[in-house]
Design a protein. Structure first.
Length: 145
C-alpha cells in the first residue's frame, strides 16, 4: 500500500501540464486529450491559481451552454484548490482527496507547484504492489514445493 510513500514519491517524474488562466477551455481540453490526463493545473507566473478538470469542462462549460472556444479557463476553473505537501504521506493525500471528493491533488511546496497526483496514480501504485506480492508469494511457494 502507499502508506510508506510520500506525495513527492507518488508524483514521480511525469511532466507537469499547465495552462494560463487566459487560455481557452478548448485549448485546455485538447491538452488533456493529447496527454490523456483528467485535469490541468492553471498557473500564472509559476504560482497555482486554479485547476481545470474534465468535470469543469463538462459541467461549468458545455452543460452551462458556454462556448469552449470563447471561454477562458479563468471563468470556469476551480479556484479554491485543495493542495498536498510533498513530504505528506501518500495515504494522507488519498484521505484528503476522499474527504473533499476530488480526483486530482496538486502538490505545492512554498507556493511552487511540484507535481500532481490523481486517483489513477494511487490505483496504479496499489496494483503494482499487489503484483509484486503475488510474484513474491509465488517464489515462496516454489521454494516450499
Amino acid at each position: 500500500m502507499t502508506t510508506g510513500r510520500t506525495l513527492a514519491q507518488m508524483c514521480g517524474k511525469a511532466e507537469l501540464r499547465a495552462v494560463g488562466s487566459e487560455s481557452t477551455v478548448a485549448d485546455a481540453a485538447r491538452m488533456m486529450r493529447d496527454h490523456q490526463i483528467g485535469a490541468v493545473l492553471v498557473s500564472d507566473g509559476g504560482r497555482l491559481s486554479g485547476i481545470l478538470s474534465e468535470r469543469d469542462v463538462t459541467y461549468r462549460t458545455v452543460a452551462a451552454g458556454l462556448d469552449p472556444n470563447g471561454t477562458s479557463v479563468a471563468e470556469v476553473m476551480t479556484r479554491d484548490v485543495i493542495i498536498g505537501h510533498p513530504e505528506s504521506r501518500a495515504v494522507n493525500g488519498l484521505q484528503l482527496m476522499a474527504e473533499n471528493r476530488i480526483r486530482h491533488l496538486p502538490i505545492v511546496d512554498g507556493g511552487r507547484i511540484v507535481g500532481i497526483v490523481s486517483l489513477r496514480d494511487f490505483l496504479a501504485d496499489e496494483l503494482a504492489q499487489v503484483q509484486d506480492e503475488i510474484v513474491f508469494e509465488g517464489a515462496i511457494a516454489e521454494e516450499l514445493w
